[in-house]
Design a protein around this ligand. Structure first.
Ligand SMILES: Cc1ncc(COP(=O)(O)O)c(C=O)c1O
Length: 499
């Protein structure tokens, strides 16, 4: 039998003495790290032998046990393999050089990230507000300082006390049964939605509900109709599902779908905000709602109804949800607590049609994990105890007053031609401006003053000349600020005028 002579100590392991200072990492860890790095850099070649433990211990003036312990750990991790003649470096495939975000090393054409992400354009608005929360007129934000935080904290405390440590474990993948039941009851009364708790899935805000609709009901390449101008989050969800987006124009009666649209590009999914079109504020008329439902039934399409802020009705009778208009409507109803409670709660829901809910139950239970259980239980109690309705009532009055004050400030201080749209419900007004006042430029200038309206053109998929204006959120801005803010905006708009 031939024996291999013991390996000499390679220079790479002797480059520097190990750090024996009291505060330094343990010797064994330092040695393990040094050998591992040398293996990963191929300075110790695959198949080469490590020096014997005695020789290495002597060369580094450390104990033999330290070397053996480092070798044992390297062997456990698979970097080396002990054999009868000592210890050999394992044959490892070398990791490639770090790749840039978009391309693989020298092969410039192969994208690293999914190509579909290229369709998701960055917003012109900062997604994270200033640390002091001091942005004004930002759309979509409810009155944060008016939320009954102390009552909510007590509710969460109660939920923790009642549910105890058992609720630290996974919950029902579709959401806490108590919350699903509360939502089903609330929607029936407040929005005319017809559903059983078993049809309700609790989601991480409306955004996850939209993503779920895409995942559950479409295949890559399918066609999705999306309102234009429309909600950016919906477009992102559709793009993320590799759908072919068809922009659908919107007028004062909501989404326009012609017979030609149904024939030439029949959709798999239709995204709409029928009760308060975002951002124009239009209401989809009853005739168009019924036609959309009938056509969707005919073509096997699904309507995603995003009812994001309808609880805050300011004028006339509440407009019921499309979902409850006819039985068995092919409608997936999406709702959120981002406006009615607060956005960072990240709680929303999806109401599936009855047949779909039954068919998808098993898949959903595999796909989802139940969490945020104490918050869900606290929210169920918040609804059942009547606190939710009272909070909605207070906020409805507050937003009505704020909208009125904003309208007055516009009348008094916006000294140029404009048209206000929407406002029958919700937290924003859309102000259309003549094309000579470019909305993106105005919004950018306004940000420097802590004013954050959204440019209307930023909501458009295929911007048309009229898609120019500002979406003004009044939810989280005090009424007394409107006059100076609109005065400033008026100056900025005039300064941005194109000659
Ligand atoms: C049209 C629309 N849908 C939904 C949402 C809420 O989304 P989420 O529940 O993910 O916060 C918003 C928020 O601004 C919105 O404007």
């Amino acid at each position: 039998m031939t024996t291999t002579p013991p390996a000499l100590v390679p220079q790479v392991l002797l480059e520097a003495p190990l750090d024996k200072h009291r505060d330094a990492a343990p010797m064994q860890r330092q040695l393990h790290h040094r050998i591992k790095e040398a293996i990963l850099d191929a300075r110790l070649a695959p198949g080469s032998r490590l020096p014997g433990s005695r020789a290495l211990a002597e060369a580094l003036s450390i104990s033999r046990n330290t070397v053996t312990a480092a070798y044992d750990l390297l062997a456990a991790e698979g970097y080396v393999q002990p054999d009868r003649q000592g210890t050999r470096v394992a044959a490892l495939s070398r990791p490639a050089r770090p790749r840039s975000a978009r391309t693989t090393g020298n092969a410039p054409s192969a994208p690293v990230i999914a190509q579909r992400l290229a369709h998701i354009k960055p917003t012109t608005q900062p997604t994270v507000p200033r640390a002091d929360g001091g942005v004004t007129l930002r759309p979509g934000v409810p009155a944060l300082s008016h939320f009954p935080l102390a009552a909510w904290r007590r509710g969460v405390d109660r939920a923790i006390r009642r549910a105890g440590p058992a609720a630290l474990g996974y919950g029902d993948p579709l959401g806490e049964p108590a919350l699903r039941a509360s939502i089903a009851r609330h929607l029936g009364v407040a929005r005319g939605v017809r559903c059983e708790p078993s049809q309700v899935i609790i989601t991480e805000g409306a955004q996850e509900a939209l993503a779920l609709c895409v995942r559950l009901l479409s295949n890559p390449g399918d066609t999705a109709w999306v309102e234009d101008p429309g909600y950016r989050g919906a477009k992102a969800a559709m793009h993320a599902g590799d759908l072919r987006i068809v922009p659908m124009r919107v007028d004062a009666d909501g989404l326009i779908a012609t017979e030609n649209d149904w024939q030439s590009q029949p959709p798999r999914l239709i995204y709409t905000t029928p009760s308060h079109q975002y951002p124009t504020g239009a209401v989809l008329t009853a005739a168009r709602r019924l036609e959309l439902i009938a056509q969707a039934q005919r073509h096997g399409a699904w309507i995603i109804e995003d009812d994001y802020d309808s609880e805050f009705r300011h004028a006339g009778e509440s407009i019921g949800a499309m979902q409850g208009l006819v039985t068995q409507a092919p409608v997936l109803y999406v709702g959120t607590f981002s406006k009615t409670m607060f956005p960072s709660l990240r709680m929303g829901f999806l109401v599936l049609p009855e047949a779909l809910a039954a068919e998808m139950q098993a898949s959903l239970e595999e796909m989802l994990r139940g969490g945020h259980r104490y918050e869900q239980l606290a929210l169920a109690e918040f609804i059942e105890s009547g606190q939710f309705s009272r909070h909605l009532g207070r906020m409805r009055r507050l937003y009505r007053d704020r909208q009125q004050a904003l309208r007055e400030a516009l009348t008094r201080h916006l000294l140029l031609p404009y048209v206000i749209e929407g406002g029958h419900c919700g937290l924003h007004l859309t102000v259309r401006l003549p094309a000579r006042y470019p909305d993106r430029k105005i919004a950018e200038a306004a940000r420097r003053y802590g004013i954050a309206p959204s440019p209307l053109s930023g909501f458009a998929l295929c911007p048309m000349a009229g898609d120019n204006g500002l979406v003004l959120g009044y939810g989280n801005t005090s009424a007394e600020l409107f006059a100076p803010l609109v005065h400033r905006l008026s100056q900025l708009i005039q300064a941005a005028e194109m000659s």
